[in-house]
Design a protein around this ligand. Structure first.
Ligand code: ATP
Ligand code: MG
Length: 390
């Protein structure tokens, strides 16, 4: 047989899920297949002896595939390797040819062998000794470090084939998207809400998203930016239906009738009402926002409490305890920062009161809302709802 490039996927928490394990595995498999659809060529997914690996086929690009698989929640390590005939001469040749790839930039290593085929003529220590010697001879800059190697080269002797792998890369962690129901993410063009979406999807929640626009105050370019963010999130979370809803009439009604100090809070309560309607239609059970306590004047804890009182379903805020710096680090890691910092206007930014009320009282908010046709405004906003698949 020829040698085959493979990618080994190690899963984390799902192995702990007892009786649900099959369900988790099926979801993970589905999500892995979905991720591979974005890579060129064909791939075969193999489940055998408690590991999952991807075999490259016609036209495949294993580097692109590995990058995509690093975004699949539920996988803790992604490891490139080689599958070959389980014969010591072949294995040693593979090490000569592919040793450098298996090693990455490491200078120290050790070998480890696993035999699920106990009839294989060499014992595990013998396999390690022989393979270690080949690597030292082929790559003379290497040294063995049994205690603390930079790379452990694994030689797995399996039922039909052998698999060799070395350098491991960190996977996305978390649990497979889809095993925890669905939530509606309030996705603005900022830094925080994409991070909040990513954190939620990481815990297995499927996402749908809503973006509130206020044309002509906000532009098509601002919307395109949100679409780009949703697409980036979809690389982790699967296809996202992005609802675009116009709050122009709402914003104008608030500006014309209500106390300026409460503008942002009043608008936020309208966002929550509309997002909730979209959520109920989509069978999503909660809302997600990117708020963090005290980050800006409109995000005091008391404002959030009053915002919550406009909703009947829970609002989760995964960034609640993170500093801006910490959120920025995450947004860089997940690849949303560069999109979020493109310079397009935000509907709230143009509408920000000079002196926002940071200790709002529900009664005063209700008094302001009594000046508006809340139900009518929400209903008309919902008529503008249109979905973009991201
Ligand atoms: P972000 O970076 O997520 O925009 P921010 O610090 O700019 O956050 P705000 O603009 O006060 O904060 O918004 C707080 C949260 O309200 C956002 O994280 C988002 O979940 C939601 N939100 C704000 N504006 C919009 C919008 N135009 N469309 C959808 N959701 C929004
Ligand atoms: Mg914002």
């Amino acid at each position: 047989m020829n040698t085959n490039e493979v990618i080994l996927l190690k899963y984390g928490e799902i192995v702990l899920k007892g009786l649900n394990r099959n369900y988790f595995n099926q979801l993970l498999e589905k999500n892995v297949r979905r991720a591979l659809k974005r890579a060129p060529g064909e791939y075969e997914l193999v489940y055998a002896q408690s590991i999952m690996f991807v075999r490259g086929k016609e036209g495949c690009d294993m580097d692109i595939a590995a990058e995509l698989l690093k975004k699949v929640f539920g996988i803790v390590t992604v490891c490139s390797g080689i599958e070959c005939e389980k014969d010591m001469d072949v294995i040693c040749n593979v090490l000569r040819e592919h040793g450098e790839e298996l090693m990455g930039s490491a200078k120290t290593f050790k070998c480890d062998a696993k035999r699920s085929d106990k009839k294989f003529p060499l014992t595990s220590p013998q396999i390690c000794t022989e393979c270690g010697a080949v690597l030292l001879e082929t790559l003379p800059y290497l040294t063995v470090d049994v205690q603390n190697p930079e790379v452990t080269v694994m030689i797995e002797i399996r039922d039909k084939t052998a698999i060799l792998h070395g350098k491991r890369e960190k996977g996305a962690g978390g649990i497979p998207v889809g095993c925890e129901g669905k939530a509606m993410l309030l996705l603005s063009g900022g830094i925080d809400s994409p991070v909040a979406g990513h954190m939620t999807a990481k815990r297995g929640v499927r996402l749908e998203a809503v973006y509130f626009e206020t044309p002509p105050y906000t532009s098509e370019a601002a919307k395109e930016k949100v679409v780009a963010l949703a697409k980036r999130l979809a690389e982790y979370a699967g296809v996202i239906r992005l609802h675009c809803i116009s709050l122009t009439e709402v914003q104008e009604a608030i500006a014309a009738n209500c106390e300026e100090r409460l503008f942002t809070l009043l608008l936020r309560r309208f966002m929550v009402r509309c997002a909730q309607q979209a959520a109920i239609k989509a069978e999503a059970s909660a809302l997600i926002t990117g708020e963090s306590i005290g980050q800006v004047a409109s995000q005091t804890m008391l404002s959030m409490v009053v915002t919550d009182q406009a909703a009947d379903i829970p609002i989760f805020r995964p960034c609640i305890g993170l500093d801006k710096e910490e959120i920025v680090v995450r947004s860089r890691q997940i690849g949303t920062f560069d999109i979020s910092t493109l310079p397009y206007e935000d509907c709230c930014a143009m509408f920000t009161p000079r002196h926002p009320n940071t200790h709002p009282k529900l009664e005063s908010v209700l008094e302001e809302e009594a000046k508006l046709d809340v139900e009518g405004l929400v209903a008309r906003a919902m008529e503008t709802d249109h979905v973009i698949f991201c």
